[in-house]
Design a protein around this ligand. Structure first.
Ligand code: PGA
Length: 218
């Protein structure tokens, strides 16, 4: 697979940012994870690859106030969903069991899953995924690297990616303080299939530069 850039807007971004992204949304190396309220607008461009940032642990439809199901996200036009992000584990107290249910629902709704794990990846990757689904990518995001500007060395990331691949045989993304300054030191690694970018994805010039770097391999 070509190297992918998943832009994780988190609880940021408006229709204005979506408009600024404009034609970039057609770049097949780019997947944009907008807040769920923007998914429909983002996915109105046919070629856009849009991700949700979460889905409900409950199935399809029902009396679950405030929840958005995987099915609904799919209908809104999402093709992917990010699940198990450390911010949700830490701030919303999501457990591995909750994440497992969400992954199950996402796969049932035919969404591809970007399953985030951190240093504790061996216990975070569920047994089923070690042998199962072709529709899951693993995003390795060390806690110490998210939003800090500090990344592990490419050699360290390569070692971990090798271990994750040996466990899961799934594509592996790296996430945590990725920017145009360090992107290619990760993307040049054979074991890394792409990156998950938070803060830098909110700056158009950064996204443009990173997509160019991926396209040209520079
Ligand atoms: P960051 O976030 O790029 O701002 O470090 C990455 C993430 O949390 O997905």
């Amino acid at each position: 697979m070509n190297k992918k850039l998943v832009a994780n807007w988190k609880m940021n971004g408006t229709l204005d940012l979506l408009r600024e992204y404009g034609p970039l949304l057609h770049d097949q190396n780019l997947i944009v994870a907008t807040p769920s309220i923007l998914i429909q607008a983002a996915a109105s461009s046919q070629q856009a690859q849009i991700a949700a940032q979460d889905c409900s642990m409950f199935k399809r439809f029902g009396a679950f106030t405030g929840e958005v199901s995987a099915q609904m996200l799919k209908q809104a036009g999402a093709k992917f969903v990010i699940l198990g992000h450390s911010e949700r584990r830490r701030l919303l107290l999501e457990t591995s069991e909750v994440i497992r249910l969400k992954i199950e629902n996402a796969l049932e709704a035919a969404l591809k899953v970007i399953h985030c794990v951190s240093e504790d990846f061996e216990s975070q990757i569920s047994e089923e995924l070690k042998t199962n689904s072709d529709s899951v990518w693993i995003a390795y995001e060390p806690l110490s690297a998210i939003g800090t500007g500090k990344t592990p060395s490419p050699e360290e990331i390569q070692q971990v990616a090798k271990r994750i691949k040996a466990l899961t045989q799934r594509p592996v993304l790296y996430g945590g303080s990725v920017s145009s300054k360090n992107l290619m030191s990760f993307c040049c690694l054979e074991e890394i299939d792409g990156v998950l970018v938070g803060g830098a994805s909110l700056k158009l010039s950064e996204i443009e530069t990173m997509l160019l770097q991926i396209r040209e391999g520079i």
